[in-house]
Design a protein around this ligand. Structure first.
Ligand code: AMP
Length: 180
């Protein structure tokens, strides 16, 4: 990871206090999407991980993981699979309940979207407590039996999510580390 990119991204990242509720410092990644040059650099970082880990499918987490995940999928010519919030995916799905930094939710993935041999990179804009990421890994493990890797644009390191994921044996990559 180039510290230059980290500096650039931090400079362009809009942080909105008390959204969606009091006490949350919301990291508004959309300020970065306004700068295509930065977006291109982020996709390059994700692509480096895809090559290093010999990734065969990208799983993007609803909703901002879809943006980075599908761009990386397009650039690398590998499939993109969505993990969506409850009730949004048609057909048969695997389901998993999880705890958010601010509340509870359930996520789902379509059955048959991954093969046993798939090496999956799970992509999201941000990791906080790691609840969403861990639940996503559990969904993936219903189908793939390979090592799972994660890529986050932002790691709110003081909330320990990435530490939890690493302790469970997952590969974890990020671009920016900041306080949540
Ligand atoms: P967690 O499950 O606690 O790791 O929360 C991660 C998910 O919630 C990601 O999908 C993020 O997009 C969103 N999220 C949590 N905290 C924040 C925050 N401070 N700023 C922006 N998004 C957040």
């Amino acid at each position: 990871m180039s510290s230059n990119l980290e500096k650039l991204l931090k400079k362009n990242l809009r942080v909105i206090p008390n959204f969606p509720k009091k006490g949350i410092m919301f990291q508004d990644i959309f300020s970065i999407l306004e700068k295509p040059r930065l977006l291109k650099m982020i996709v390059k970082e994700i692509s480096d991980v895809i090559k290093k880990e010999k990734i065969t499918k990208i799983v993007g987490i609803d909703a901002r993981g879809f943006i980075f995940g599908s761009l990386a999928s397009l650039k690398n010519g590998i499939p993109f699979i969505p993990v969506r919030k409850k009730g949004k995916l048609p057909g048969e799905v695997f389901k998993k309940k999880y705890k958010l930094e601010y509340g509870f939710d359930q996520i789902e993935i379509q059955k048959g979207s991954l093969l046993k041999k798939d090496r999956v990179l799970i992509v999201d804009d941000l990791i906080a407590t790691g609840g969403t990421a861990l639940a996503s890994a559990k969904l993936v493990e219903n189908m793939s039996d390979q090592q799972i890797s994660f890529m986050f644009v932002i790691d709110l390191y003081n909330l320990n999510g990435s530490v939890v994921l690493k302790k469970k044996g997952y590969n974890v990559f990020d671009i920016i580390k900041t306080e949540g």
